[in-house]
Design a protein around this ligand. Structure first.
Ligand code: NAD
Length: 367
């Protein structure tokens, strides 16, 4: 069954999110963007390219005069300006001009970097997202946040650039590694926790079907997460206010990600960050103790960590304070008023952050 969501920008229709279980409707959807006289460059990584590039090419070639592809080695460490330079060079060699279009085929790394290349090449050309990881399908492909990492700083250089279309083929999740699958699930869980307690309950009650990757359940999960993300980005497309709610768990999550030198996945760090924020919310008497423990323990069946070894709390605090989420010298935290209702908070003290971080340090119960 196919699902469509229309995303507005400044209250006007901007792009559609199409949720399908194959690539069959891809030609039809892309054709609506008047592609016959355009050149298209599919940008993908080595893993996704080897699995899906040929199939996607077979749907694009009949509807477009000239389709080329650019593949880079998969991995977050390639999400940098060097890869973007290589993309620019390739587009210049292929004589891409402003009416031409890029297609991001892959996870969040491909999507963020293709979007950034599209935002900056010739001061901006169109691009389409074909997200293939769960993280990209429920989160990163929607909302137009693009960018790359710079030196050790994550997503430090970027731009807002809305895609022309997001085409999700849920079936691609069948080839995703287990750890990557749960990595993306953390963002879906976050959506329920910050915005929709009914969705959160639905995720919990469909735990087995989700872990078995039953396609109709995944389709619903992606649809409901996309609805939440769509509502947030429509209200605040350039993150001047409420869009920051999506950063729940990310302030400390990013610090852990950096401290661990990106050996843990983004969603794993977000799960830990969510626990710290939920703990602080409990201690500030915004959330009940039961709600805190429920949130913490519900990451476990989805193979996400709730504690971590070998971290230095002072370092985590220092990194958190140097994060770009600081506002006028104050840490900007997203806390919970209750399950399904997140709020922006700038009153979290260093002691509260320390207590929250201590909560996720691994303790051997035998000690
Ligand atoms: P990723 O793109 O590196 O993909 C993870 C791994 O899975 C890669 O090895 C990739 O090749 C592989 N893969 C992807 N789809 C596959 C499939 N269908 N079958 C088999 N393998 C597949 O990482 P990710 O987790 O998708 O995205 C993480 C990135 O997203 C980070 O850089 C993060 O900063 C960014 N992000 C951006 C936003 C945003 O709003 N723009 C939001 C959240 C995260």
């Amino acid at each position: 069954m196919s699902q469509i969501l229309e995303v507005l920008y400044n209250k006007k229709p901007c792009y559609n999110i199409i949720i399908e279980n194959s690539f069959i409707k891809l030609s039809e959807e892309i054709e609506k963007l008047d592609t016959i006289n355009k050149k298209i460059c599919i940008i993908t990584d080595s893993i996704v390219g080897s699995l899906y590039l040929e199939e996607v090419l077979s749907f694009l070639k009949p509807i477009c005069q000239n389709v080329v592809s650019f593949t880079f080695q998969s991995g977050e460490e390639r999400k940098n300006l060097t890869t973007v330079n290589n993309i620019y060079r390739f587009l210049i060699e292929q004589k891409f001009d402003r009416k031409d279009m890029l297609v991001a085929l892959g996870g969040g790394v491909v999507g963020d970097m293709t979007g950034f290349a599209a935002a900056t090449y010739l001061r901006g050309i169109d691009y389409i997202q074909i997200p293939t990881s769960l993280l990209a399908q429920v989160d990163s492909s929607i909302g137009g946040k693009t960018g790359v990492d710079f030196e050790q700083y994550k997503n430090m250089v970027g731009a807002f650039k809305m895609p022309r279309l997001v085409y999700i083929n849920v079936h691609t999740l069948s080839t995703l590694e287990e750890r990557q699958f749960y990595n993306g699930f953390a963002e879906a869980m976050k959506h329920g926790i910050i915005k929709d307690s009914m969705y959160y309950e639905w995720l919990i009650s469909n735990m087995y079907e989700i872990c078995d990757r039953e396609e109709d359940v995944l389709e619903e999960l992606i649809f409901r997460s996309c609805q939440i993300k769509k509502a947030v980005v429509e209200k605040d497309p350039l993150e001047q206010g409420d869009r920051a709610l999506l950063n729940f768990g990310h302030t400390v999550g990013h610090a852990i990600e950096k401290y661990k030198n990106f050996t843990l996945l983004h969603g794993e760090c977000v799960a830990l960050g969510c626990i710290v924020s939920a703990f602080i919310s409990w201690k500030k008497q915004l959330l009940s103790m039961d709600e805190y423990y429920e949130i913490r323990d519900m990451f476990v069946p989805f193979n996400l960590p709730i504690s971590i070894e070998d971290i230095n709390i002072d370092d985590i605090i220092d990194i958190t304070k140097s994060d770009k989420k600081m506002e006028h010298g104050q840490m900007k935290f997203i806390l919970l008023k209750k399950l399904g209702k997140a709020v922006i908070d700038t009153s979290v003290t260093e002691d509260e952050l320390r207590a929250g971080t201590e909560e996720i340090i691994y303790r051997d119960e035998m000690d």
